[in-house]
Structures are given as C-alpha cells and as structure tokens.
Write a protein that binds this ligand. Sequence first.
Ligand SMILES: Nc1nc2c(c(=O)[nH]1)N[C@H]1C(S)=C(S)[C@@H](COP(=O)(O)OP(=O)(O)OC[C@H]3O[C@@H](n4cnc5c(=O)[nH]c(N)nc54)[C@H](O)[C@@H]3O)O[C@H]1N2
Ligand SMILES: Nc1nc2c(c(=O)[nH]1)N[C@H]1C(S)=C(S)[C@@H](COP(=O)(O)OP(=O)(O)OC[C@H]3O[C@@H](n4cnc5c(=O)[nH]c(N)nc54)[C@H](O)[C@@H]3O)O[C@H]1N2
Ligand code: SF4
Ligand SMILES: [Mo]
Length: 699
Amino acid sequence: METAIKTVMETQCPFCSVQCKMTITEQIEQGVKKYEVAPKQNAASEGRLCIKGMNAYQHALTGERISEPLMKKNGEFVPVSWKEAYSRIAEQFTVLQNEYGRDTIGVYGGGSLTNETSYALGKFARVALQTKYIDYNGRFCMSAAAAAGNKAFGLDRGLTNPLAEVRESECLILAGTNIAECQPTLMPYFRDAKENGAFIIVVDPRSTATAEMADLHLRIKPGTDAALANGLLKVIIDGGYSDEDFLEKRTTGFDDVREHIDSIKLEEIVALTGVSQEDIEEAGSRFGQAASGMVLTARGVEQQTDGSMAVRNFINVLLATGKIGKPGSGYGAVTGQANGQGGREHGQKADQLPGYRSIENDEHRAYIAKVWGIEPESLPGQGVSAYEMMEKVHAQEIRGLFLMGSNPIVSNPNANFVEEGLKKLDFLVVADMLFSETAQLADLILPTTAYLENTGTLTNLEGRVLLREAARKAPGLAKQDWEILSGIAVTLGKGAYFSYSCAEDIFEELRVASKGGIADYYGITYDRLRREEGVYWPCPSEDHPGEARLFQASFPRPDGRAEMIAVPNQFPKERPDDGYPLYLTTGRVLGHYLTGVQTHKSPTLEARQFESFVEIHPKTARRLSIKDDSLVRVRSRRGEVIVRSKLTASIREDTLFMPMHWNGIQNVNKLTSEALDPACKMPGFKVCAAAIAPVPALI
Ligand SMILES: Nc1nc2c(c(=O)[nH]1)N[C@H]1C(S)=C(S)[C@@H](COP(=O)(O)OP(=O)(O)OC[C@H]3O[C@@H](n4cnc5c(=O)[nH]c(N)nc54)[C@H](O)[C@@H]3O)O[C@H]1N2
Ligand SMILES: Nc1nc2c(c(=O)[nH]1)N[C@H]1C(S)=C(S)[C@@H](COP(=O)(O)OP(=O)(O)OC[C@H]3O[C@@H](n4cnc5c(=O)[nH]c(N)nc54)[C@H](O)[C@@H]3O)O[C@H]1N2
Ligand code: SF4
Ligand SMILES: [Mo]
C-alpha cells in the first residue's frame, strides 16, 4: 500500500482584517488529496476561525491559478517567459512616458498586499516609474475613517484599544458595521461584553445578524448617520452627560459643537433619520451615563459622500463623554481587508510616503529621499484617488496602468464607466493569482503567489503587526509581488533601488523609512514577530512593547488635544424621486469576499450562495408586484442589473440592499454613484436612488 504523504502548512487567513491563524494539513492517500484545517491560537481571534478561513485553502489550491506570465497576442493569452514579460512592460511604459509624460502611467494597489509589497509598490511608482499617480482599493474602504482619525486625533489606527477591552466596555455603539458576517470571529468579544452587562446599540438600516444581539437597534435611513450623531450629542449635552473636565483639558472646538447642537431640534433628527425620538434619547442617555464606552464604525457610516464627517461626529460623541484613552473606552474603525491597516500606512496612497508621512511635506520628502538614496526633487508630488484615477484613464490622461491586488472593474462605483475606460488603455498590466474580470482585459498578466506561498507582514484591525511566512512553494512560475516589482525595476534600469533578496530585506528598509513617522515600525523585527503574538505600532525601539491603547495622556496633534468640529445634519446626496423611488444600499454576506474572485473559486463557499440577490421589504414588493425568489431588474441613473429578489422584513420599506460579490449583470456597482466625499474621496457606495421591477417571464 502507498504510504500517505502529509504536508503541514502554518498560515494566516487571506480575507478580513482579524487575520486569524490556522494550520492546513494536506494528506495524499492513494493519489487523493485531503485537507484538514484547524484554527491556531492568536491574540485577535483567540483561536477561532470562520467559514471563509476554513475554506480559504480551496481557491489557493485550485487548478485555475495563473502559473505563468500571459501576454495577449491577437486577442488570446499566450504564455511568455518572465524576461519577455519584463521587457514588454519596460518597453511599453517607456514609450508611453516618452510620448505623454511620466504621469501617463498609473499604479493601483490593494489592501491584501503585505506591508513589504505596499511599501515596495509606493517606491516603485515614485522611484522606478517616477509617476505621481498611485492609489489603491483601500480608498474605497478606510479613507473616510482615516481622514476623520487623522483630523480629530492626529493619528489613524483602526482600533484605539485592544480587542480584549471590548469585554470591559459598558456601552457599545456599532454603527454601520456587520461584525457577525464580516469579522465573525470577533463576535464572542461582544457576546461576553453583553454577559458582563454591556448595553449594545446597533445602527443599521437592516436587522443584520449583528443587530440581533443589540439591546437597541436604530434602523436608520441610509446616509443619515451624521444627523443621528447630532441627535446623540443633543441628548448627551442637554442631559448633562458631557465630561466637562475631559473636554476642557483634552479637546478643542467643543464650544462650536455645543452652539451647533443648541440650534438643532430632536424632531428634525427624527424626521431625517427615521429613528424615533424615544430611541435616540435612550441611545444618547445610555451611552452618556455608562462609565465606559466604545463606538465602532464601518463602511455603513463611512462609504458615504459625507463619510469622514459622519465619523467625526461619532468621534465627537466619544470626546464629549470623555470615553477615549481609557480601558474599555475608545474608537474603532473596523478595518476591512487583510492588510487594510498596514496597506494604508506605507505609501500606496496618492498623498503618502512610508510611516504615514506626507508627500507634500518637505521634511518628510527629504527624509524618505535619503532612505531611498534619491534627490527629494525627483520625488513626484501628490496624485489623485482611486476613482479619480479611473476618470483619468477614461479621459486617456493615464494610458498605461499597473494593477496589483484589486479588481476595479467590479469594485469601483459607476462600473460601466470604469470598464469603458479600462478598455481604452494602451497597456494594462495585472498582477494576480486568478483570472479576475479586470485581468481578463489585460495586455499582460503576471502570476503572483497566494497567501500560502508568500512571506510578509500584515497589520490587523487592532494595529498589531503579524508575520505570515510562506508555507508552500509557488505554483509554476508564480512570483511574490515584491519580486515582480524588483524584476521590472531592474529592466527599467532602476534595479539599484530594489536590490532585495527576501521580504525581510524590505521590512528592514521599511523600519527605517517609518522611523519617527506616525506609523513607526522601527522597533519591530521579524525576530520579534516570531517570538511575540504580533507587535502593536507605534513601536519606536526594539525594547518598546508597542502601544496597545492609544491616547492615554495626550493626542498626537500639535497642541496635544483632540479636535472637535460641528458637523451639519445634511449633505448633498442622491435622493429618491419619482423615477428612482427607493434607497439602494450595498454590502456583504458571510460566505463571500469582496468581488468574489477568490471565494467563487471555493466550491464550499460557492455552494452556500452562488448568485446575487436584492433584499426588499414584503410590503414594498407587494406594491410593485414582486414575488419572492423571482428575477428583478434594479435600475439607477447609471445602469441596471438583474438579480433574484429576497423578500425580508429585516430591511426598511424604503430601502433595497444588494451584496457586492458578483460581476457582470449582477454587479451592483453598475448602479452606484460616482459622487465622492470631498475630504477623502470615498465613494458613496452605501446610498443611491434606485427603481426595481419584475423581469417578465419569457414564455
Ligand atoms: N464575509 C465578508 N467579510 C468581509 C468582507 C467581505 O467581502 N465578506 N470584506 C472585508 C472588507 S474589505 C470590509 S471593508 C469589511 C466591511 O465590513 P462592514 O462595513 O461591516 O460591511 P458592509 O456589509 O459593507 O456594511 C455594514 C453594514 O452597513 C449597513 N449600512 C448600509 N447603509 C448604511 C447607512 O447609511 N448607515 C448605517 N449606519 N449603516 C448602513 C449595511 O446594511 C451593512 O449591514 O468587511 C470585511 N470582511
Ligand atoms: N458597491 C460596493 N462596492 C464596494 C464596496 C461596497 O461595500 N459596496 N466595498 C469597497 C471595499 S471596502 C473594498 S476593500 C473594495 C475591494 O475591491 P477589490 O480591490 O476589487 O478587491 P478584491 O475583490 O479583493 O480584489 C482583489 C484582487 O486581488 C487578487 N489578490 C488577492 N491577494 C493578492 C495578492 O497578495 N497579490 C496580488 N497581486 N493579488 C492578490 C485577488 O485574486 C483579486 O483578483 O471594494 C469596494 N467596492
Ligand atoms: S475571514 Fe476574517 S474572521 Fe474569518 S477566518 Fe478569515 S481572518 Fe478570521
Ligand atoms: Mo474594504
């Protein structure tokens, strides 16, 4: 009898920001491969794993992985060598830059990339290509919370407190966050808090699995969170629950906020938000009276054209009650992607240099230029945000695009326009491990490693840096992302700046580049990460333990105080009218991830949910003659989709909901609006006006 061959892979889930660790065991018995997945102890998930993590081996090990560079010739992809692929990129980008200027090449990254790759990608754009146009998919994810945190606190780190402190908190506001489906392994923290007596308030237009655990569910009208927070502030200030001592010693701007709140009537807030006065009063007074409390926001609040201000207003609620920088009291922007945190710190953003430095600040430029061995003058300036890059692609200002770790054709708002633009590109390069919808449009596809084959660090939603080491050989000719960047840089004659032999070499450079910056990783080493269960940033020296709880004594702003600001109730938004009478909001389901490129390749996850749907209230459906489980056409000013109806009383009567995990005729982003938050350029994915009608049966 043939003996069984066993391979054990220690790894970390590639999906959400919790970054659960796991062990995957592959056993080959008589030619048949079997897999066992076991959760592994780690501080964030405490050894839990959700269904996506349990099945993440399936897409990584599928036979559909891209395993060699593929060049489009006469409309067909044909395999080529790496040498040919690199030469083609160097040649095409050089020709385009000679003809149209350096900025005609855009670079577009992602929040799944490791810190090392994110760092190398920022450097690649600025040093190897010398273009100012670089941004990444995290713009659609974290930019509103980041802008709010930077302004209010002087620092943007997802959670200001370790997850363990959720258990100690007496009152929790979960606004626009569906933790039960999006970070499922964190649910026990909240259940335990509840058992310890915490009062949980959920703000969501839908009764989600997260809302089910709430003591109070505010079923808000989409897009009105800023107004709701004003209502909470009103109850807090009028009820005398504000912490005057904290406000005086640790904040600025409260007088303006108080004056603004004085001018607001609760009835107005009730009319705007659709939440009853009684519920607003209960939420405000519960939070105001609790000895400790946290506010967690996610994309429901943030993916709005006023997302950054809505977050600031929830931060106002925390500051007004002095609930920050203490045990069980703090703010959390529940980060999305695997490296949604680290990916936003080290230079993938249009205006950013490593360590959360600014590309517009002369001192910061000089420091990074020195680390990189270039002249500060040769560093390009600030570029534009992800969707604005797509506008430049459409206008053919950007003619060549280098894409690593994203599927913009499905994930950008106004997707029809984006697809039209991408088709106009003179040269599109996509580095991916699977044939995403965007990769299919490429002139050249570069095969990359999946999480199982790739070494690097990722920073989880708590700001805890974790090391994920390669557990398996890359399939075929696939390479790690940073190796690809180095390879192209060499061909472009810029190899001297990218002479890395492993991910750790890049991390060593990143440590120095981030030193003294806001996101200071200098004290973190691979050695430490192997020994400890991750290290929190900021960590300025090797003997520093890392800062688990932020803002205990002061805020990293010039005056050491947090900044409060009056936030208006209403912002211009696309509103329902006769033609498009309903709100459409969008989001996620438990079993799929983002544009679904990875999870659709998992037979187990696909079997749970193989097509998209639209949630509609039964009363609304009856009025429009829509039956449950039937095909419907959903339209907005930008396009239309056809999906299956799901009648449920868990949604508001004036609102529809669609998940974002499907493409083509089911792609909800054919409907979403291109309007951006002016402060951070976050698209308003969470509200647009829509119409819905049955699709007549073909007889
Ligand atoms: N299963 C799964 N998990 C994931 C992901 C995934 O694709 N699938 N993606 C990861 C990523 S990148 C991210 S960013 C996170 C996202 O995590 P979340 O932000 O929690 O997820 P969403 O479903 O986008 O939105 C959360 C909730 O916002 C509500 N909402 C809609 N409009 C409004 C509004 O106007 N106000 C309020 N208060 N709520 C509103 C929606 O009904 C929804 O329940 O999840 C991460 N985890
Ligand atoms: N309507 C609507 N639209 C949304 C949202 C919403 O809530 N509603 N949410 C937005 C949010 S929060 C996000 S984060 C975006 C995300 O949207 P996208 O950026 O499109 O994210 P993914 O679907 O994860 O696409 C990632 C691609 O990168 C590949 N990939 C994965 N890991 C790696 C890697 O290590 N290296 C390389 N080179 N490639 C890799 C995957 O195979 C996949 O093809 O979507 C946004 N779009
Ligand atoms: S998807 Fe998130 S919660 Fe689920 S196993 Fe992966 S990292 Fe953990
Ligand atoms: Mo995200």
